[in-house]
Design a protein around this ligand. Structure first.
Ligand SMILES: [Zn+2]
Length: 105
C-alpha cells in the first residue's frame, strides 16, 4: 500500500533537532525516500576532496551538504516554530497542517 511515509516536501523550511547543526534552519533541497534522509541547504556540511578535472591541475576541497535523517528535522510553522505535520482532508484534496495550531503549512 502506498502510505505517505514522509510528509515533508522539497522546499520546506525545516529546523534540525539533533546533531551538530541542532537548532539551525534551512530549506529542503532533496528528499531521499528510499533511505529516509533529506538534504537541507547549507546544513550538515562536510568537506569532500574533488579530483582534478585534468592532468596537472590540483584537486580541490569542496563543501557539500550531507544527508540528515528525516526524523531529525521538523517543519517550521510560522506561528509555533518546529512542529509536526498533520493532514486535513478538505473535499478532494489533502492539506498539510501544523499539528499544534492547525494552520496550513
Ligand atoms: Zn503552528
Amino acid at each position: 500500500m502506498a502510505e505517505v511515509k514522509y510528509k515533508v516536501k522539497k522546499g520546506d523550511q525545516v529546523q534540525v533537532m539533533a546533531g551538530k547543526d541542532s537548532g539551525k534552519t534551512g530549506r529542503i533541497l532533496k528528499i531521499q525516500r528510499d533511505t529516509g534522509r533529506v538534504i537541507v541547504e547549507g546544513l550538515n556540511m562536510v568537506k569532500k576532496a574533488q579530483k582534478p578535472k585534468s592532468q596537472g591541475e590540483k584537486g580541490s576541497i569542496i563543501e557539500l551538504e550531507a544527508p540528515l535523517n528525516i526524523s531529525n528535522v521538523q517543519v517550521l510553522c510560522k506561528k509555533c516554530g518546529p512542529t509536526r505535520i498533520g493532514i486535513k482532508v478538505d473535499g478532494d484534496s489533502k492539506v498539510r497542517i501544523c499539528k499544534k495550531c492547525g494552520e496550513s503549512l
